[in-house]
Design a protein around this ligand. Sequence first.
Ligand code: URA
Length: 273
Amino acid sequence: MDQDATATLLAALRCQADWGADEPMEPTPAPLRDRVPPGAARWLAGPAPVAPPAPALVARPAPATPAAGFAPAPAAAASLAADAGSLEALRAAIAGFDGSGLRDTATNMVFCDGNPDAGLMLIGEAPGADEDREGRPFVGQSGRLLDRMLASVGLHRANDFYVTNILPWRPPGNRTPTDAEIALFLPFVLRHIALVRPRQLLLLGGTAAKALLRGREGIMRLRGRWHEITVEGLGPVPVLPTLHPAYLLRSPAAKREGWADLVMLRRRLDGQG
Ligand code: URA
């Protein structure tokens, strides 16, 4: 094996260790081209496996066309969101919106982190205890895994992506957001996307996928292929759903799928997918 290939394999091994992979996940080694070193300067040659194109899925702000299975958001949320002409105005609108009891039980609102000009926007579920304390998304254990995963494909929060959540307030006890809570905050999320104008969206986990893709399929079926949503004031945006880092912490074997999704994202960012 030449030195270059050895270095690539060692880098891939380091990356797996960084992700917490401490046991083999496949009975046979994956092809070299599927193992991408952290911060890879070059990507292994050859065409990317292309998933069949998904039918376009359309998302518009509630209450005009509420998500399947979701009640329409109150007009107050929709009009507050529509009136926000900047990210700061949107942050203030959400902070002032008193339509949800979550505001009363949370400590801090969690609006965003990262670079809004990066072109890549990540959307998670809702703040946890650490995020509630700090007022920033993905700063706890799952956030640290998220940052390591993205760094392994050369993406760093300070420059390369912007991140927010479906809910801006922590649900008590970290429970899963209800459909009513998702519907309530969806106009704010859609406005957030319209203001950031990302070229790609990465949805982290089932709640974000359910909120924005609006179908009945679960995250396991949605992940691993590109979808498209149309956001009012912006137009069509390519969307890649993937597994939530908290799920990957609980189910390390699923990191293989998480890794495949990030390789797919990296290829798209490099104009190859
Ligand atoms: N999980 C999320 O979905 N979002 C966060 O900000 C933290 C954990």
